[in-house]
Design a protein around this ligand. Structure first.
Ligand SMILES: [Fe+2]
Length: 296
């Protein structure tokens, strides 16, 4: 009987060890998968053709970076900088939420922006997170020192050779809509209506919010760069993103395609960082590279 008891205990012990090894292996694989999915930067390329794009802008290369959320992850940031340099951009666009209002660490965002600024001229619009934290004023002050174009309900002209295009930016509606009860589209319409650029020129708009595409189309914007949706956080095969702020479940605009309403095209970056305690599943950080093609 004693021998049988030892044998039974031995079998139980082996079974426990096997289950423990399986559990630890599954946990390790899941951890590695989540780490990879939240730090490995993917590059998405889009090509935009238009008769309004002037000849000297044929081949003009645009890198878009969005929603850094003051990520301190050095692996992701190093990869982002090297992939940005490899893309050989003529301009880099930052479409908001460089800082996170839940864990504000402006210095993390500034160090990243300083490195990117050595690669190409940059333009920036604020996101809802900058709009609700007063600490982002340090970020904006530093960007002004670096000569970054801050499109604060304003526009600039980009010139290449003999040709020019407009690059405009509007503030995130959150800046005025502090409690979220006002009409974001109405705020965006007011911002767009205040811009007095030549509407005949090819116009790029930076705006953090993708869900306002209808509004951008009303103003005849040619190409919009937006962010904010974080790719829908969880990306499901055949379905796309699962959830996005200001769009809710199964959002329409999360990235992966060029959205089109009338003559307005919109590219939505999945962003590179995470807000608060959120994380990504099947939704890697994304660097967007867009190439303009003239006269097609
Ligand atoms: Fe946002």
């Amino acid at each position: 009987m004693k021998n049988n008891g030892k044998k039974t205990n031995g079998v139980r012990s082996t079974g426990f060890k096997r289950r423990l090894v399986i559990i630890l292996t599954v946990a390790a694989v899941l951890t590695a998968y989540l780490y990879y999915g939240n730090t490995a930067v993917t590059v998405t390329r889009y090509d935009i053709s238009s008769e309004k794009i002037p000849p000297d802008f044929d081949g003009f290369r645009i890198v878009q970076i969005s929603d850094l959320h003051n990520s301190g992850n050095s692996v992701m940031k190093k990869s982002l900088i090297s992939k940005t340099a490899n893309a050989k951009p003529d301009v880099i666009l930052l479409t908001g939420d460089m800082v996170d209002s839940y864990f504000t660490d402006v210095s993390a965002a500034i160090s990243m922006i300083e490195k990117l600024n050595e690669i190409a001229p940059m333009y920036y619009v604020i996101g809802n997170h900058e709009a609700r934290t007063g600490e982002s004023s340090n970020l904006i002050r530093r960007m002004r020192e670096l000569g970054i174009g801050i499109l604060w309900n304003s526009y600039s002209i980009i010139r290449v050779g003999n040709d020019e295009i407009v690059i405009a930016g509007i503030n995130d509606p959150r800046l005025l809509n502090k409690d979220g009860t006002a009409d974001d589209a109405a705020i965006a319409r007011e911002s767009l209506g205040s811009l007095d650029y030549d509407r005949e020129m090819y116009t790029i708009l930076l705006s953090h919010r993708p869900e306002l595409l209808n509004t951008y189309a009303t103003y005849g914007i040619d190409l919009v760069f937006a962010g904010h949706a974080h790719g829908g956080l969880v990306r499901l095969p055949f379905i796309g993103g699962l959830y996005a702020p200001h769009q809710g479940l199964l959002p329409d605009y999360t990235g992966g395609v060029i959205y089109q309403i009338a003559d307005t095209s919109m590219i939505v970056s999945r962003g590179v960082g995470n807000s608060g305690d959120t994380f990504r599943i099947n939704d890697n950080p994304e660097l967007v590279v867009t190439v303009l093609h003239a006269g097609c």
